[in-house]
Write a protein that binds this ligand. Structure first.
Ligand SMILES: C[S@@+](CC[C@H](N)C(=O)[O-])C[C@H]1O[C@@H](n2cnc3c(N)ncnc32)[C@H](O)[C@@H]1O
Length: 425
């Protein structure tokens, strides 16, 4: 009997699952995925093909790595400078520089709309084209692909890419320098970010000095929170919000309130108070849908100060504690304690790092990349389940982790800690 090689096995996985995706799209009357700028976005996010799509991505990822071989796996898999063209495209607005309503333009048209020489625009865009962002159907004519068109049409995506390329990428390049300069530090201002941006301030303090940077950061969070596997619907379905009746939820560090807005829209008996730094809540308040004004409110609060809203049923912290080294994350949890009534819940909505072999390499990349992003930006980290247990224990023995749920297809888990005051004393 011939044993199937791994590459043949991978090819079979790809072909079987591709047939499933094709059949699903055909049943729905949807076009097959293409790079054409008119191709609809989002057709592959249907829950019925999530598993098939993931299987294809995992198998192509592994097959690609096997075909590269060891040397090219090290040298070519992740071109270190691919953010140069991306940063330039966003900074100089190159995706939005086409004549109104057009999907094609010349290099000269695009250069005229930016402050760059035509030759530079050509180099930058031809680099991006190699990654299927823009295309050149005939010499000198630039045509959108789905990716460049999506960038042109989605302001929040441009904000996210601007934030990543101008705040996080420089921080990443200085991370090893930071580890060398401050070995074993537990301070949030001892990160690559601090060397790259020449500041002693944490990213939150630094960007608060510039209105464009703090607005961009909050917009980037709004965009990020709608990404595949991170959407609010997982959190809405993954927790029994409807049993809460007429309760109040305090959304600690809630930015522009995307989580609270989703909860309030789905559960009309719930009220949400979004807390964040003063400059952040100002913008959130401005953008709040008018039908939610009576149930979602904003409040300036520094989470390193004692929580002023006592007696709420639930305090949520989404993507808060991963921004802080343990010493500070513990402090944030401790500042909640005076406000907690017996039975109050603290919901931490974060990634739980997988154990070895729990996820495919392809899936694990997202978790490990986020872990290093936290290191680079805040000298902080993602945590596994044991780390989360230890964190609550270090904060106060009154916290008891009462449930941990990872909804299907969600990258975020819901860690519920219930305040059991009698345990502490
Ligand atoms: C990674 S973002 C998460 C935002 C939001 N929870 C979400 O899920 O979209 C971290 C948030 O913490 C806020 N933050 C940072 N330091 C803070 C502090 N000392 N007090 C209150 N909020 C703070 C930031 O302004 C930012 O909105």
């Amino acid at each position: 009997m011939t044993v199937m090689t791994r590459i043949a096995e991978l090819a079979l996985i790809i072909s079987t699952n591709t047939e499933q995706v094709d059949a699903h799209l055909a049943r729905r009357g949807l076009p097959s995925p293409s790079f054409d700028p008119d191709s609809p976005a989002g057709t592959l996010r249907d829950s019925q093909i999530v598993a098939a799509r993931l299987a294809i991505l995992e198998a192509t990822d592994e097959l690609h790595a096997l075909m590269l071989g060891p040397v090219e796996l090290l040298t070519r898999q992740q071109p270190y400078n691919s953010w140069i063209s991306l940063q330039a495209i966003v900074k100089f607005g190159l995706a939005s520089s086409f004549p109104p309503g057009q999907v094609e333009a010349s290099f000269a048209d695009i250069a005229a709309a930016s402050s760059l020489p035509e030759a530079t625009v050509r180099r930058l865009l031809r680099h991006a084209m190699a990654f299927r962002i823009f295309q050149e159907p005939s010499e000198g004519i630039v045509r959108h692909t789905t990716a460049s068109k999506t960038l042109a049409d989605t302001p929040l995506l441009r904000q996210w890419m601007g934030m990543v390329s101008e705040e996080l990428w420089p921080a990443a390049t200085k991370t090893v320098e930071a580890l060398t300069k401050w070995p074993g530090s537990e301070e949030p201002n001892h990160a690559g970010f601090n060397i790259a941006h020449d500041t002693d301030a944490t990213i939150f303090d630094e960007i608060s000095k510039y209105s464009d940077r703090h607005r961009r950061y909050a917009d980037a969070m709004t965009f990020y929170s709608k990404g595949a596997g991170l959407e609010a619907h997982h959190i809405l379905k993954g927790y029994d919000w409807s049993s809460l009746g007429e309760s109040t939820i305090v959304d600690v560090g809630g930015s522009h309130g995307t989580l609270s807005i989703a909860i309030a829209q789905a559960f009309p008996s719930l009220r949400c108070v979004v807390q964040d730094r003063p400059h952040v809540i100002g913008l959130g308040q401005e953008n709040l849908p008018s039908d939610l004004h009576d149930r979602v409110s904003f409040m300036a609060h520094d989470f390193f100060e004692e929580q002023p809203l006592r007696g709420a049923e639930i305090y949520t912290l989404r993507w808060i504690l991963h921004d802080w080294p343990d010493k500070y994350a513990v402090r944030i949890l401790q500042r909640l304690v005076p406000a907690l009534k017996p039975g109050a819940k603290v919901l931490v909505l974060e990634q739980v790092l997988p154990s070895v072999g729990e996820l495919s390499r392809y899936q694990e990349k997202a978790y490990r990349s986020m872990d290093l992003a936290m290191l680079a930006t805040h000298n902080a980290k993602e945590r596994d389940m044991e780390d989360w247990r230890q964190l609550f224990k270090m904060a106060d023995l009154g916290y008891e982790i009462t449930s941990v749920t990872t909804p299907k297809d969600s990258r975020l888990s819901i860690i519920e800690a219930t305040w059991q005051s009698q345990r502490a004393y």
